[in-house]
Design a protein around this ligand. Structure first.
Ligand code: EPZ
Length: 423
C-alpha cells in the first residue's frame, strides 16, 4: 500500500488546476442507464471511485471506455448502455463504493427491476438508504430485502410527491433519475440543493428530461417516454478546490485554484476570510493568501449551501493552528471525527463530545506517522503534515486516491515537499 511522505513547514505558492467533481461524475455515469444512446462525460478525474462504477456498469453489460481528450488534456468517460442485460450490483463491487446505490433508480426506471447489494456502512456512519427505497416505493416500485440484497421491481413507475425526511444528495439524485421516465409528474420535496444535483439535472434535461427547480428544495419532474445520449461537461470539484485553498491558508502561502467556482463555495470562503485569510476571485479561479495569524472560528456543517461536511476534517486541521478556541460541529454524519486521534498525535489540542469538537489552537504541530481512515480525514492529515515542521507519513492513502486525482503532484507544483512511496 502506498504512503505519502511529507516534509512540512513550507509555505505553498502558485497556481493549480482543480479536477472535475467526483460526486458529479458518479450520478452522471448512473444516468447513462436511462439513455437510448451513448453518454460521454467530459472532464472526468482519474479516480478509483469512477473506475469502480465503470466496472459495475460493465458488469451489467454496458460498454465503458475512457477516451482521451475531455478538453485541455483531461479525460472523458464514454458509456454505451445498450448492452445492459443484468441489472444487478454485486456485493464485491458495492462494498468498496456506496455510491453504487445510484444505479438503483435508473435501473428500475429503464429496465423495470434491479438487484443491488445493500451498501454497508462505512467509516463515517451507517449511511442507510431508506429514503431512496421510500421514494421508489411511492413511485410504485415493490422492494424486498434478501441475503443482503435489495430487490426492486416496477412494471412502470408513476409520478408521486416524495418528501425526504432529511436532505439526501444521492437520494435526491436517485429519485430525480427514476422520475424522468415515470408516467406523470413527480415532486421531490426537501430535495438536496448541491451543485452536483444541479449538474445532473442539467445533463438529464439535455437528454430530453422535463425537470425544473433543481437547486431549490423542490424539484418537479414530468416523465417522458425516452431519453437520448449526450455529451456533458462535468463541473469542477468544489471539495477538492476547498482542500487546495486550505493547503495555501494553513501554510501561510499564496495559492490560486484555477477552475474553482466561488459561488459554489461561499460557506468555505467566508470561513476562510473570517479566519484572517485573504480571499480574492481572480479570472477563472479563486486565490487565497495568509500572512497574519490564523484566527480561530467556529464551524457547523449543514446541507448545501451550508458548510460542507466533506470539508469539515480539512478545516479542523487548519483550526488546530488557530489563535484561540474553535468549536466544530458535525451535523450530517455520526462518526466523522476519525481524523481527531491522528491530529492529536501531531500535538493538536482537541476535545470531542458527541458531534462537537473543541479545538484549542497551538503554535505548531509536529510531524508524525499517521493513519488515514476515510477520504476526507486523509486529506485533513495531509494538510496538517504540510504545516507541521518535520516529517509526516500518511499511511493507507488508498482512501485519499478515491477522491483526489494525484494530490501529491498538485501540492508539489505549489512547492510542497511530498512524495508517494510504495510501502
Ligand atoms: C453524498 O453522500 C456524497 N457522496 C458524500 O460525499 C457527502 O458527504 C454527502 O452526500 C453529504 O453531502 C456522493 O455524492 C457520491 P446523504 P450521500 O444521503 O448521498 C442520512 C465524499 O467525501 N440518510 O446526503 O450518501 C445519511 O446517513 C462523500 O465524497 C439517511 O438516513 O449522503 C446522512 O446522515 C462522503 N437515509 C445524511 O442523511 C437515506 O436514505 C446525508 O446523507 C439517505 C441518507
Amino acid at each position: 500500500m502506498d504512503i505519502f511522505v511529507i516534509q512540512g513547514g513550507r509555505r505553498l505558492d502558485g497556481t493549480v488546476r482543480v479536477s472535475g467533481a467526483k460526486n458529479a461524475v458518479l450520478p452522471l455515469m448512473a444516468a447513462s442507464i436511462l439513455a437510448d444512446g451513448p453518454i460521454e462525460i467530459a472532464g472526468t478525474p482519474r479516480l478509483r471511485d469512477i473506475s469502480t462504477l465503470g466496472k459495475l456498469l460493465a458488469h451489467m453489460g454496458a460498454s465503458v471506455e475512457t477516451v482521451g481528450d475531455g478538453g485541455d488534456g483531461r479525460e472523458a468517460v464514454r458509456i454505451d448502455p445498450s448492452g445492459i442485460r443484468n441489472p444487478e450490483a454485486p456485493y464485491d463491487l458495492v462494498k468498496t463504493m456506496r455510491a453504487s446505490v445510484l444505479v438503483l433508480g435508473p435501473l428500475v426506471a429503464r429496465h423495470g427491476r434491479a438487484r443491488i447489494s445493500l451498501p454497508g456502512g462505512c467509516a463515517i456512519g451507517a449511511r442507510p438508504i431508506d429514503q431512496h427505497l421510500k421514494g421508489l416505493s411511492l413511485l410504485g416500485a415493490k422492494a424486498s430485502l434478501s441475503e443482503g440484497y435489495v430487490e426492486i421491481e416496477a412494471s412502470r413507475l408513476s409520478g408521486a410527491v416524495v418528501y425526504f425526511d432529511m436532505k439526501t444528495v444521492t437520494g435526491t439524485e436517485n429519485l430525480m433519475m427514476a422520475a424522468t421516465l415515470a408516467k406523470g409528474t413527480t415532486v421531490l420535496k426537501n430535495a438536496a440543493q448541491e451543485p452536483e444535483v444541479c449538474c445532473l439535472a442539467g445533463a438529464l434535461r439535455s437528454m430530453g428530461a422535463d425537470i425544473e427547480g433543481e437547486g431549490s428544495d423542490e424539484i418537479v419532474v414530468r416523465g417522458v417516454p425516452a431519453l437520448r445520449g449526450v455529451r456533458h461537461e462535468v463541473i469542477p470539484d468544489r471539495i477538492e478546490a476547498s482542500t487546495l485553498l486550505l493547503a495555501g491558508a494553513i501554510t501561510g502561502g499564496d495559492v490560486t485554484v484555477s477552475g474553482a467556482v466561488p459561488s459554489a463555495m461561499d460557506a468555505v470562503l467566508q470561513k476562510l476570510a473570517e479566519s484572517g485569510a485573504e480571499i480574492s476571485t481572480v479570472p477563472g479561479g479563486v486565490r487565497v493568501r495568509r500572512e497574519g495569524p490564523i484566527r480561530s472560528v467556529n464551524v457547523e456543517t449543514s446541507p448545501y449551501p451550508g458548510f460542507p461536511t466533506d470539508v469539515q476534517a480539512q478545516f479542523m486541521a487548519y483550526m488546530c493552528l488557530g489563535d484561540g478556541f474553535s468549536i466544530v460541529r458535525e451535523t450530517i454524519f455520526e462518526n466523522r471525527f476519525m481524523h481527531v486521534a491522528e491530529l492529536r498525535r501531531m500535538g493538536a489540542r482537541i476535545d470531542v463530545s458527541g458531534n462537537t469538537a473543541a479545538v484549542k489552537g497551538v503554535s505548531a504541530l509536529s510531524g508524525a506517522p499517521l493513519m488515514a481512515t476515510d477520504l476526507r480525514a486523509s486529506a485533513s492529515l495531509v494538510l496538517a503534515g504540510l504545516a507541521a515542521p518535520g516529517t509526516t507519513e500518511v499511511l493507507r492513502i488508498y482512501h485519499l486516491d478515491r477522491g483526489y486525482e494525484s494530490l501529491e503532484n498538485k501540492l508539489s507544483s505549489l512547492g510542497a515537499c511530498i512524495s508517494r512511496v510504495k510501502e
